[in-house]
Design a protein around this ligand. Structure first.
Ligand code: SOE
Length: 389
């Protein structure tokens, strides 16, 4: 594999691939020869390139991981697909539904594996919840709700390229983390969100941008605090850092989700609850080894992650016995393992592991986000989510 864009999430891609044990990390490409060389040395990657096109042309690279900022996804992934390389793109697939559609079509034409890292799908208890819905244990679904709340953007002296429409796209919080929640809600329930009503806000409307910006969640980005005024400039923020969205699912279930990145104390507070007529299940990302199951007239249960009692579809994602915690990086690795299994099986659509998100899912996610932006822009009215075209 070769990786393009060696920032915050790239380290997780490399580590996950290395844990598979049967994929060689051949090269990485960065924005300059020097920065790429430095990163390659840090991560013990043999080759480095200052231009992503050189990495794509490297005949030893079969799979390209695209971990560049959103606005570069289109160009980089298209170039990799044109060279018939398999592409594993970090989420979101691109910076707009139109670009994601182009990528989805190009991937299908290329006949290669195309993966988007909606990594929370790789949690064993997410798969257990999905299996319970599939088996009908919850009964007909009536309500799907939850949140993805963070606080890393709470301080006005923190800045990220995600807040810049030219680099992140028109949406910020919804595309960055609301996309994870919606993907998970649809994946677990097997239902499509068909209409949305969104109320968006920008709580921190002005930010101080350190001239040398830090990375996501990094001390450097908050550590900008210590930089003097002369090392900063003020920018107006237009994209949303807060969102409340009502949802209508196909088949009649209703739902709602809250998304925010400026809410003190919330780190990666992703919660999903699915309520059916017979039972409800709730999964909290920050307590990911537990699944809450509630039934009317019966005591509620908290089921621990235990491969010995999970259904087969979920047990394949649990690698340690009950009582040993599995976490974010393990779920991420599960997704990467599925991606490489698909690649080894020739990337035929019928061989794709069921939990693996593709460019079709990435495109769908952008259609959802854009329907939410349009709903808010129209004054908070119901908007149909367009079908992929
Ligand atoms: C930052 O908000 C971020 O790193 C997201 O980009 C990831 O997708 C999410 O999993 C954790 O938070």
């Amino acid at each position: 594999m070769g990786l393009i864009g060696p920032g915050f999430i790239a380290a997780q891609h490399i580590e996950a691939v290395r844990r598979l044990g049967n994929v060689e990390v051949v090269a990485l490409a960065g924005s300059s020869r020097e920065s790429a060389r430095r990163r390659a040395a840090e991560w013990s990657v043999e080759r480095s390139y200052g231009d992503y096109r050189e990495l794509i042309a490297d005949p030893d690279v079969d799979v390209v991981h695209n971990t560049t900022p959103n606005h570069l996804h289109l160009e980089v992934s298209l170039a990799a697909l044109a060279a018939r390389k398999h592409v594993i793109s970090d989420k979101p697939l691109s910076d707009s539904a139109q670009h994601s559609r182009t990528l989805w079509q190009a991937a299908r034409r290329a006949g290669v594996a195309h993966v988007v890292t909606f990594n929370y799908r790789g949690n064993p208890l997410v798969q257990e919840a999905r299996a319970m819905v599939k088996r009908g244990e919850l009964g007909p679904l009536c309500y799907v709700h939850g949140q993805y709340l963070q606080d890393w953007l709470a301080d006005e002296r923190v800045y990220s390229w995600r807040l810049d429409p030219a680099r992140g796209g028109a949406s910020s919080a919804l595309r960055d983390i609301g996309s994870h929640w919606c993907d998970l809600a649809e994946h677990v329930t097997g239902l499509r969100i068909e209409a949305v009503l969104a109320d968006l806000g920008t709580v921190v409307a002005q930010r101080e941008v350190p001239r040398a910006a830090g990375g996501t969640f990094s001390r450097a980005s908050t550590g900008g605090r210590r930089a003097g005024r002369a090392q900063r400039r003020r920018v107006r923020i237009k994209s949303e850092d807060l969102a409340t969205v009502l949802l209508r699912f196909r088949g009649g279930a209703k739902g709602c989700v809250a998304v925010g990145q400026v809410l003190p104390g919330h780190k990666n507070d992703l919660q999903l609850e699915v309520c059916g007529r017979k039972a409800s299940v709730r999964w909290l990302q920050e307590r990911q080894n537990e699944l809450w199951i509630g039934r009317f007239g019966q005591p509620s249960l908290v089921v621990g992650k235990d491969p010995a009692i999970l259904s087969a579809d979920a047990a394949r994602y649990a690698h340690l016995p009950a009582g040993h915690q599995e976490a974010w990086a393990d779920a991420f690795r599960n997704v990467i393992a599925d991606a490489y299994q698909w690649i080894r099986e020739g990337a035929k659509s019928q061989a794709r592991p069921a939990a693996l998100a593709t460019f079709a899912d990435g495109y769908r996610s952008d259609l959802l986000v854009e329907a939410m932006l349009a709903s808010h822009a129209a004054g908070g009215v119901w908007r149909k989510v367009p079908q992929p075209a």
